[in-house]
Design a protein around this ligand. Structure first.
Ligand code: GDP
Ligand code: CA
Length: 321
């Protein structure tokens, strides 16, 4: 990938985002004169735990791009072992958040780099370079933004809602603490300013907790909306369900239609193209003139990921003409 052929910006959360990002990297790798891929990742889920800076979404994207991710389990690293967790449990330590032995090394190294004065962008570049990842990956911001989930049992820090409470409380709204004062990371800022930005791809991530934290930073939504590049999203909802996670439950609790149509409505005019699953083909006519296309969006294999990515890239090219 050559930076002289323009660039594509992908906005991603964790696991759903990581799958399409890996597909985009794969599709672009095989293309002559391919634009470069810039991947900007949600950090609203980041937290301090056991003295370490944990960045779950950055790690999901990084492990997928390095082909180290565990596809069966759906998160974390392949071939992971859990001796650290077992030893911690024996000591009566905090074990509600699972940290695999290999994964732990990422958090220890990231925390060391941050304590040494690097920004989260620099630490991320360090880690992705060490894993031979050929595309630029960066956090959405170098300043902390922390997602708070407001629920029927009160306000919960994101990981308490997600991991400890397993998304059971009903959601009323989200708060992205620090977003108003946060500025986009250098990669996000530079990419949004590039005149050769060819497309923005919003991955099939949870819009409420993976994409909205980015859009909540001052200027980001307006800069996206005024960019000449088309903005395409892939629906994380197939039929009436999320492939994984609380996106469908959130749509329902927040009063949206529980389908890809609810996701499109939430993006509120931002999208130039919206890719839904072929099981939702009826939406293409029902929602016309909204720009929808239906293809297979379930990514079970590397071939699925690359095929979906190529479809999205082809549509971006059409929209730019
Ligand atoms: P998280 O931060 O790890 O929860 O990951 P994301 O926010 O990036 O992605 C979560 C969303 O990905 C969920 O709403 C899933 O429904 C969606 N998702 C996961 N795998 C797939 C897939 O293969 N295809 C599609 N279309 N969506 C997916
Ligand atoms: Ca996440």
């Amino acid at each position: 990938m050559d930076d002289n052929n323009g660039c594509i910006l992908a906005l991603a959360g964790g696991v759903g985002g990581a799958k399409l990002v890996a597909g985009l990297a794969g599709a672009l790798e095989n293309q002559p004169d391919a634009p470069s891929l810039k991947v900007v990742v949600n950090t609203g889920d980041d937290f301090e735990h056991l003295g370490l800076h944990i960045a779950p979404d950055l790690d999901s994207v990084t492990y997928a791009l390095a082909d180290l991710n565990d596809i069966e389990r759906g998160w974390g690293m392949r071939g992971e072992t859990w001796q650290f967790m077992q030893a911690l449990e024996r000591l009566g330590g905090e074990t509600w958040f699972s940290l695999g032995d290999q994964d732990l090394a990422t958090h220890v190294e990231r925390t060391r780099l941050l304590n040494g004065g690097e920004t989260l962008s620099q630490a991320t570049a360090h880690l992705t370079r060490a894993l031979d990842i050929g595309v630029d990956v960066a956090p959405m911001s170098d300043t902390p933004v922390r997602t708070i989930v407001h629920t029927d049992v009160g306000a919960l820090a994101f990981q308490h809602y997600f991991v400890r409470e397993q998304c059971r409380p009903a959601v009323s709204h989200f708060e992205f603490v620090g977003a108003e004062a946060a500025s986009p990371s250098p990669l996000l800022d530079e990419t949004l300013s590039r005149t050769d930005l060819r497309a923005v791809i919003i991955c099939p991530s949870n819009p409420f907790i993976s994409i909205d934290p980015m859009l909540a930073m001052p200027g980001v939504k307006a800069r996206l909306a005024s960019a000449r590049a088309p903005i395409l999203a892939v629906s994380p909802i197939i039929g009436a369900d999320a492939v994984k996670g609380p996106a469908a439950k959130m749509l329902s609790e927040l009063g949206y239609e529980v389908s890809a149509a609810g996701i499109y409505a939430h993006y509120d005019g931002l999208l130039d193209g919206f890719v839904v699953d072929r099981v939702d083909e009826r939406l293409v006519t029902q929602m016309a003139p909204a720009p929808l296309r239906a293809v297979k969006t379930l990514m079970k294999s590397a071939a699925d990921r690359t095929r979906l990515a190529q479809t999205v890239l082809d549509w971006c090219d059409e929209l730019r003409c």
